[in-house]
Design a protein around this ligand. Structure first.
Ligand code: MGD
Ligand code: MGD
Ligand code: MO
Length: 870
């Protein structure tokens, strides 16, 4: 461990959302004493550097000034992190599942219910190495599925995700669980076909949009957007401060969402409740109103768009005989027709921008490509790119290091530690499976799809394929190695995944993880990894929106228990594999890349873009370097202003270079696709999904579930944090003392169902049920119910038609992907019913589940599963 200079706080970046790479963190100071973390607190950028060094920026508009400040605006998710480090849920030592015997019966069917025994690191590493060798020999390397790359602590040298793939690609390969272009499914699969905007599909030219709105904007539509919540997982409260700034300026904030989210509650001028994933109907009715009233910008469309006539024909009912009137929309989306008209009229006569984090249900639900491209269609009808009218983002300000993705003043450089990153590599393997198709690929191979489905690929990639798993002549999956054990909690159709993990074809499951939670309980071998407090590393903060910084991260404490960093965990296995010679020869050295940790850190420093005159010694002493603001930032064109002024000179990345209201490439490539046709439209139901209220299923399961990103969690992370669980906001204490995941329901619906605040209810459909603690509130509109995403599984009955006490509602999300030719997730905005349950009766029925080692302020503790060696 590096010697800590007494009294000098340790600088770290805390963020949990960066695909495990060192960006998207918020810089913090950590106070440590006697190998214990005392506290985590805001960091001051001006400790070693002056405002002049930073070329401090400010936005001045309407006689007021906005400045970023020099103290980090850290979020509760960072402040609390010592509770995660010292959680009772930490895995103390390597473990083996009791009824898994590699030389005898393997009992795949008891995964998820078995207990574990303590084993040594030596035995654990040997077991994993033996299994890899056996599977390679018997079936080939493609039979090892690696699950990696989810969000994780921001780490570079001790990468949180994908260390194992770095090793396996050196000794034969593996099958990769490819992250689909998630979070922005609709933008990616839909909006790109209207306006290009590679790689994400959201407006990629973001420069100076905040400055532009401050000077010229009348209103911002928060269309499925909660900036008091979702920027917290990545950075801090900068986006929240922007909302206060808009209020100060008189920029109206109009919220369109099924719920009164945290931002809405604090900043909104107006709330327009819309039923989950029915936005497409609302959008079409706005287009209808504009066409009917002649209040859209036809002159702009003449020069900036193609195919508008086709779209107009559809909107006015030419194609299907159904004009998309506000009355038509009202019946679907629940927004009164007069409100739709009022919104349309306001928008047409003001400078309106749309702000997102990513979009909520409608961007991650069935057919999400439709509302996404309809939004672009609407923006185009009002001349997107004109002063005060753009689409912009409140988070991911420098995602993937793209210098144009920042509506705030950019720095001279975005620090890039890619060269030193020791984790996952995308696209290195010919054999891959989209994340959303894993259960099917395991249980019912072969499976087929279109596109390489790695986030960040150009639009044309969606036409490549079909791809298939397994590759021609190759075997199915027989072994799973995961460092992201939260599939069942985070993806679509978790109960289905539980069945896949227990499938007879799966002979071995290895999980490396710091905490005993979710899919970890399906592992045969568990390898305890650790948090960034326990290692030395280098990192960057380029997402909190204040300053872009690179920092040296000293080790704060010794590893907890017998844990090792993810990188070291894999090194243990590499060492053991060497004994087999052949492709495994010298594997450890090759995996380590010929450098020690210190050398990798120094290499990261040298290659990340810091000025040459800064020495490594000086950097280590100061612990950070902030990149100054670009001198010329005010001259950068705002948003899409150049396209607005000169579409020929600044074309979009669509085949025509213009906004495409009719996509010829979609028409050519998927002529039979009526779920994603060439024109954006309202798709009621179709073979892939029946998740609309006005259907047969809708009568059985009458509510649309909204499953937002949690305020006090990052997906499956932070659910064991004592400070949060103590808050009434986070859990509802049931009559049995168990802390249930809150379920919001409108008083009218609660009345019909006989539910009261504090009751426990089951949320269910034909895929299964999860429990929730009822909170009756007008913060959710009638017809919709709301339960956050990411609560830890505490499954009572496993698999299809299962029952979960933890409230992990992804377990009952649809198993099919976005639509026929798009393999995105569908995890929110689907049909459920709700019914009161008697927990004492359930406890009698399922005594084992109700007697697990559980503490209300942590949830299940690690010992809930450890039967020997504790
Ligand atoms: N219902 C619903 N579901 C959703 C969404 C929704 O809106 N609603 N949103 C979706 C979206 S946008 C996304 S991006 C996905 C997110 O899905 P994931 O990225 O898969 O989710 P996380 O929980 O962030 O996953 C990270 C996992 O890595 C672990 N981890 C963190 N740090 C480390 C480390 O250092 N080492 C190791 N070994 N593990 C670590 C965490 O404990 C967790 O198990 O969820 C999707 N699911
Ligand atoms: N604290 C915290 N921060 C996070 C994350 C986290 O898990 N926790 N996850 C991170 C990740 S990976 C991502 S992708 C982003 C996600 O960022 P977003 O996609 O913006 O997050 P969501 O919570 O899914 O949705 C935002 C809001 O949309 C509204 N909404 C929900 N459904 C609908 C709908 O059907 N129509 C309309 N109009 N509105 C709807 C709700 O009011 C909700 O609060 O957040 C990131 N930041
Ligand atoms: Mo996401």
């Amino acid at each position: 461990m590096t010697d800590n200079v007494k009294g000098t706080p340790i600088v770290k970046g805390l963020g949990f959302n960066s695909f495990g790479i060192g960006t998207n963190a918020c810089t913090v100071d950590i106070d440590e004493e006697n190998d214990k973390i005392l506290r985590i607190r805001p960091f001051h950028f001006d400790e070693h550097y002056t405002p002049e060094d930073l070329n401090a920026w400010k936005i001045e508009a309407r006689g007021k000034t906005f400045e970023p400040g020099f103290k980090t605006l850290i979020s509760p998710l960072s402040l609390c992190y010592k509770k995660r480090v010292y959680s009772k849920n930490r895995i103390p030592y390597p473990l083996k599942r009791v009824d898994w015997d590699p030389n005898g019966e393997r009992h795949p069917e008891t995964r998820g219910t078995s207990g574990y025994v303590r084993i040594s690191w030596d035995e654990a590493a040997q077991l994993v190495a033996d299994e890899i060798k056996r599977v390679h020999d018997e079936y080939g390397p493609e039979s090892v599925l690696c699950e990696y790359d989810g969000h994780g602590e921001t780490k570079i040298v001790h990468a949180s995700h994908g260390c194992m793939v770095k090793m396996l690609e050196l000794c034969g390969g593996f099958t990769s669980q490819a992250r689909n272009p998630d979070s922005w499914e609709g933008w990616y699969w839909g909006a790109k076909h209207v306006w290009g905007m590679d790689p994400l599909g959201q407006q990629s030219l973001q420069n100076n949009i905040i400055k532009d709105i401050s000077e010229n904007g009348d209103a911002v539509l928060f269309w499925g957007c909660d900036v008091e919540t979702t920027p917290l997982g990545w950075g801090g409260y900068m986006a929240s401060r922007l909302c206060y700034w808009f209020t100060e300026l008189g920029v109206k904030q109009i919220h369109i969402s099924p719920d009164v989210n945290y931002t809405n509650a604090v900043h909104a001028d107006k709330w327009i409740p819309v039923l989950p994933n029915t936005d497409a109907a609302l959008q079409l009715a706005i287009a209808y109103t504009w066409i009917k009233e002649g209040t859209y910008d036809q002159a702009y469309l003449d020069t900036h768009a193609v195919g508008f006539e086709n779209f107009k024909y559809y909107v006015m009912g030419g194609e299907d005989g159904v004009p998309k009137t506000p009355k038509w929309a009202e019946a679907i989306c629940g927004v009164p027709s007069y409100t739709i008209k009022a919104l349309a009229r306001y928008w047409a006569s003001h400078a309106v921008s749309i702000g997102h984090c990513n979009g909520g249900s409608y961007i991650r639900s069935t057919f999400s490509h439709e509302p996404a491209r309809l939004e672009v269609a609407l923006l185009g009808m009002q001349g997107v790119g004109k002063p005060g009218a753009n689409q912009f983002k409140f988070i991911e300000w420098t995602l993937f290091g793209m210098p144009t993705v920042t509506p705030l003043p950019p720095s001279t450089k975005i620090p890039n530690l890619g060269a030193a990153y020791r984790g996952w590599v995308h696209g290195s393997q010919p054999s891959f499976i989209p994340k959303t198709m894993i259960p099917e690929a395991i249980m019912n191979p072969p499976v087929q799809w279109y596109g390489h489905v790695s986030a960040g690929l150009p639009r044309e990639d969606q036409f490549t394929g079909p791809f298939q798993f397994p590759l021609e002549g190759k075997e199915r999956i027989h072994m799973v190695w995961s460092d992201t054990p939260c599939w069942e909690t985070c993806w679509n159709g978790g109960f289905h995944m539980q069945d896949a993990l227990r499938h007879e074809s799966i002979e071995c499951v290895v999980v490396q993880h710091p905490w005993m939670e979710n899919d970890t309980m399906f592992a045969d071998i568990i390898l305890p990894s650790n948090t960034k407090f326990e290692t030395e590393d280098i990192g960057t903060d380029s997402d909190s929106g204040q300053w872009n910084v690179v920092f040296y991260e000293r080790q704060a404490i010794k590893p907890v228990g017998e844990s090792k960093s993810d990188k070291e965990v894999v090194a243990e296995v590499a060492k053991k594999l060497e004994q087999f010679g052949g492709p495994y020869e010298n594997l450890l050295d090759r995996y380590l890349g010929g450098k020690t940790d210190d050398e990798w850190i120094e290499f990261g420093f040298e290659t990340c873009g810091v000025p040459e005159e800064l020495t490594f010694e000086e950097f280590k002493e100061k612990q950070y370097y902030p990149f100054p603001t670009r001198e010329d930032w005010k001259e950068l064109p705002a948003g899409l202003s150049q396209f607005y002024e000169d579409p020929e000179g600044h074309p979009l990345k669509t085949p025509s270079g213009k906004l495409e209201y009719y996509s010829t490439t979609l028409a050519q490539n998927f002529p039979d696709d009526n779920e994603r046709g060439p024109i954006p439209r309202w798709v009621a139901t179709s073979p892939s999904h029946q998740e609309r209220q006005a259907t047969e299923r809708g009568r059985k399961f009458p509510f649309l579930l909204v499953s937002n990103h949690p305020h006090f969690r990052v997906h499956a992370q932070h659910d064991d944090v004592t400070w949060f669980r103590e808050m009434e906001e986070c859990k509802v204490t049931g009559p049995d003392g168990y802390k249930y995941e809150p379920l919001w329901i409108h008083p009218v619906d609660a009345g019909k169902l006989g539910l009261e605040t504090g009751d426990v209810a089951k949320i269910y459909n034909e895929r299964g049920a999860v429990l929730g603690g009822v909170r009756v509130t007008e913060r959710i509109m009638p017809g919709a119910v709301y339960q956050d995403h990411g609560s830890r599984c505490d499954t009572i009955k496993l698999g299809e038609h299962g029952l979960d006490r933890g409230g992990a509602n992804n377990l009952i999300a649809p198993t099919a992907t976005t639509s026929k030719n798009t393999v995105g997730e569908v995890t929110s905005g689907f049909l459920v019913n709700v019914e009161k349950v008697d927990v004492f009766q359930l406890a009698e029925e399922y005594p084992e589940a109700f007697n697990r080692d559980y503490e209300p302020d942590c949830g299940l503790v690690a010992t809930a599963r450890i039967v020997e060696g504790a």
